[in-house]
Design a protein. Structure first.
Length: 155
């Protein structure tokens, strides 16, 4: 892959052609690999940025949202020049989407464990949100598994 592929095919795929988040993530990962190979490129960064944001809009599962957050972390950590200071906002949105889609206590805790060591604006808010969702889901699981609730369902 080269800058020509990036300028033409990748941009078109991200903007119009791809309608599933995991295919978008594949193109985004290819763009990140190009950045690693040939150095920073404004065009690569813009394709990555648009692909990640579009994937967040399309995502419907916790696993996909979590993968987007992982790619967002790589994007955030590789931004040495600080030209893309909106990375922190992206991390915030990606992790909140993962928390929103979490359906178990373990998934919410996984997001907290992922977010806690990363330094980005809004980190504390994301960690509090993850822990409160984990507590809510744990209580919900406890209620649903309780003997009293099971007896209630039998009636």
């Amino acid at each position: 892959m080269s800058l020509d592929w990036l300028n033409n095919e990748a941009r078109w795929k991200v903007d119009e052609a791809i309608t599933t988040p995991w295919k978008l993530l594949f193109v985004v990962k290819q763009c990140m690999d190009i950045c690693d190979e040939i150095g920073e490129s404004y065009r690569a960064r813009s394709v990555i940025d648009r692909g990640l944001h579009r994937a967040l809009i399309l995502v419907k599962s916790f696993e996909d949202a979590y993968k987007i957050a992982e790619l967002g972390k790589r994007y955030h950590e590789n931004d040495e020049v600080g030209a893309f200071n909106h990375d922190a906002r992206f991390m915030n949105v990606a992790l909140k989407k993962a928390i929103q889609l979490a359906t178990s206590h373990q998934e919410a805790v996984k997001v907290h464990s992922f977010a806690e060591p990363i330094h980005f604006s809004g980190n504390g808010e994301v960690c509090r949100y993850a822990l409160s969702k984990a507590a809510y889901l744990r209580n919900e699981e406890a209620v649903l598994n309780s003997p009293a609730f099971k007896n209630f369902l039998k009636q």
